[in-house]
Design a protein. Structure first.
Length: 139
C-alpha cells in the first residue's frame, strides 16, 4: 500500500470509503470535514492506495500539545492485511517529527473491534470523559 497525502479530487472516493466503514454520521457533513481539514495541516490527511484505489484513510493533526487522529478507515474487503496498522504508523511518525508527545483518539464505547485494534497497537484507555460542544452545525 502506498501511503500519501490526500489529493484534490479524491473527496468522493474518501467519503465512499468512510461510508463503507460506517464512519459517517448524520450530524457530520463528510465533505465539510474534508474541506476543514484541508485548511489545517493538509499534509497530515493521509490515504492508503492499492492498485490506484483508495483503501484506507486517516486525518491526523497536532495542536502543539497533543496529536489527534480522526476518520481512520480501511475498506472492509482489505481488512486483516495490516493496512490500518501501516497508516497509523505513518501518522505517528509524522507527528513525532513535529515533536508530538502523545496521540489521542476517540472510539465509540460499543465498538469492541476497533478498541481491540487500538489496544493491539499499544493504545490504552485514559481515565477521562470526552466532552463536546457543536460550535457550527453541519446540518
Amino acid at each position: 500500500m502506498e501511503i500519501r497525502p490526500f489529493r484534490s479530487g479524491e473527496s468522493d472516493d474518501v467519503i465512499r470509503l468512510w461510508q463503507d466503514c460506517g464512519l459517517v454520521r448524520p450530524w457530520n457533513d463528510p465533505q465539510l470535514d474534508i474541506e476543514r481539514k484541508l485548511t489545517e495541516q493538509p499534509e497530515l490527511f493521509l490515504v492508503g492506495v492499492v492498485d490506484g484505489v483508495i483503501v484506507a484513510s486517516a486525518m491526523f493533526g497536532f495542536d502543539g500539545t497533543r496529536g489527534w487522529v480522526h476518520y481512520l478507515g480501511v475498506a472492509p474487503s482489505m481488512r486483516g492485511r495490516s493496512l490500518g496498522r501501516m497508516i497509523m504508523a505513518e501518522g505517528e511518525r509524522l507527528l513525532v517529527e513535529r515533536g508530538c508527545p502523545k496521540l489521542n483518539l476517540q472510539v465509540r464505547a460499543d465498538n469492541d473491534a476497533v478498541l481491540g485494534f487500538y489496544r493491539a497497537l499499544g493504545y490504552e484507555q485514559d481515565p477521562v470523559v470526552s466532552l463536546g460542544k457543536r460550535l457550527i452545525p453541519d446540518r
